[in-house]
Ligand binder design. Structure first.
Ligand code: GTP
Ligand code: MG
Length: 195
């Protein structure tokens, strides 16, 4: 798939204010704060700053909608797991995301991003479990692949699979710096939105 257009549409605080009526399929992008979600989205759509990237994690508590090729939405989820976010905000986050995963009919799949250098956290595992529970097609992407050598990458892929309890699961390695994994991820997204 070639990305020919990408436009920001809306930031929504929850399922009630998500776009209505157009019935475009949508793909959510989830992951821990600072995992590289915005950088990955920018790389996919060839834009420097469509999805904002920040060095201040935990800022976005909204579902950010980007319309791609006038055909489907990329939805940038708020990052989770940032220590300085108050407990009340975190509880609200969980409710909002779970309500969205459970009830959003347009949701065709979710890309779950995991930092290749780290063992998935309890929240990563919980997000993965929710996706299984609601039977949402899920792609696992290990971000920041450029930060590890090939042998370290292989080791970490195993760490991630084990933490998620899925020894056979495919993990796509991605780097926003080098573009590694970009074409493959775009093909996989195409399969999800044009079944
Ligand atoms: P929040 O929106 O705060 O949840 O973060 P995010 O997941 O959108 O992460 P973001 O894309 O803002 O990236 C966080 C930091 O990681 C930034 O300093 C990026 O430059 C860096 N980063 C992201 N992707 C990569 C990558 O593939 N390689 C390297 N080396 N750095 C990356
Ligand atoms: Mg971001």
């Amino acid at each position: 798939m070639k990305v020919t257009s990408a436009e920001f549409v809306i930031s929504s605080p929850g399922i009630k204010l998500c776009p209505e009526g157009q019935e475009y399929p949508e793909i959510g992008f989830a992951g821990r704060s600072n995992v590289g979600k915005s950088s990955l989205i920018n790389k996919l759509v060839n834009r420097k700053n469509l999805a904002r990237t920040s060095k201040t994690p935990g800022r976005t508590q909204l579902l950010n909608y980007f319309l791609i090729n006038r055909a489907f939405y990329i939805v940038d989820f708020p990052g989770y797991g940032y220590a300085k976010v108050p407990q009340s905000v975190r509880a609200g986050w969980g409710k909002m995301i779970e309500g969205y995963l459970k009830n959003r009919k347009e949701l065709s799949g979710v890309v779950l991003l995991l930092d290749i250098r780290h063992k998935p956290t309890a929240q990563d595992v919980q997000m993965f479990d929710w996706l299984q529970h609601y039977e949402i097609p899920t792609l696992l992407v290990a971000t920041k692949a450029d930060k590890l050598s090939r042998s370290q990458q292989i080791k970490q892929e195993k760490v991630i699979r084990t933490a998620l309890g899925r020894e056979q699961e495919k993990i796509l390695l991605f780097s926003s710096l080098t573009g590694q994994g970009k074409d493959e991820l775009l093909s996989l997204l195409e399969e999800i939105v044009q079944p």
